[in-house]
Design a binder for this molecule. Structure first.
Ligand code: ZN
Ligand code: ZN
Length: 268
């Protein structure tokens, strides 16, 4: 299996996941054109995408959901809360054929081709947000962005992944000293906000230490433009890994760029 971020952050999120046979996009927060361009840049085509999974209805995750559905008749998966909010929300995705909509439930796994998809609830200020794990051929990829905090349940869901794609949204000091209004700072920091670099470092360390397998790659994603730097997110997580993990537990660390595709992480 492989995973590659096509676009990451508040300007638009989209992840490509593939088993070779089956190809999935998670979220369509960048423009349709941009997603097609970045897919082409990694040698893939929008026409070979089997499913579009939506995590939640925020604009940076659904921007081109309607366009992709109408133009390429891609099947869309999401919780009822997410899809209804996306279709009826303030940001208009336009009309989507009901035949393309697949309602999923947190903790109920389903198959897309030869990939087992396992959605699980995350704490975020949206109707019914989820994150997804993917399994195929005995390998697992775990993803989680847009979550205010993680707990043992989240760790359990992501455990034993070969590759992790995790939110490292903000540096808490940059956020506190930064220009965001008070209410927005509280929102980002809050239970239904975003995961800080420090929390991400703790999550990565736990997962790499507690998984039975070796986590080969970790991609840090959904970085805040105002309250983070790629180098800072990388260093925060990397220094924690160096201190707390044995050599043989350490993953290769990557940061998903904001506007272009990331490193393509492939299971061994
Ligand atoms: Zn969000
Ligand atoms: Zn987001």
């Amino acid at each position: 299996m492989k995973i590659c971020s096509l676009s990451s952050g508040s300007s638009g999120n989209c992840i490509f996941v593939s088993s070779g046979l089956t190809k999935i996009l998670v979220d369509a927060g960048a423009s349709g054109v941009k997603i097609e361009q970045e897919l082409a840049a990694i040698g893939e085509s929008i026409d070979s995408i089997d499913a579009l999974l939506i995590t939640h209805e925020h604009t940076d995750h659904i921007k081109s959901m309607g366009v992709l559905a109408r133009k390429h008749a891609i099947s869309i998966y999401g919780t009822r809360g997410t899809l209804e909010a996306a279709l009826n929300g303030r940001y208009s995705v336009g009309k989507i054929s009901p035949l393309l909509l697949n309602y999923i439930f947190s903790d109920n796994s389903f198959m897309v081709g030869d990939i087992l998809v396992s959605p699980f609830s995350v704490s975020h200020d949206a109707a019914d947000p989820v994150a997804y794990c993917f399994e195929s051929g005995g390998k697992k990829i775990g993803t989680a962005t847009d979550l205010g905090y993680f707990d043992d349940r989240i760790v359990e869901k992501l455990l034993n992944s070969d590759i992790l794609y995790l939110e490292s949204n903000h540096d808490i000091h940059m956020l506190e000293a930064g220009s965001y209004p008070y209410a927005l700072k509280e929102r980002v920091k809050g239970e239904k906000g975003h995961l800080s670099n420090d929390s991400c470092a703790e999550l990565v360390t736990r997962l790499c230490h507690e998984s039975v397998n070796h986590v080969s790659h970790v991609i840090l994603a959904h970085l805040s433009e105002e309250n983070n730097f790629p180098e800072l997110a990388f260093e925060t997580v990397n220094s924690e890994i160096k201190i707390r993990l044995e050599d043989n537990e350490r993953p290769e660390l990557h940061v998903a760029p904001r506007y272009v595709h990331s490193f393509i992480a492939e299971t061994l």
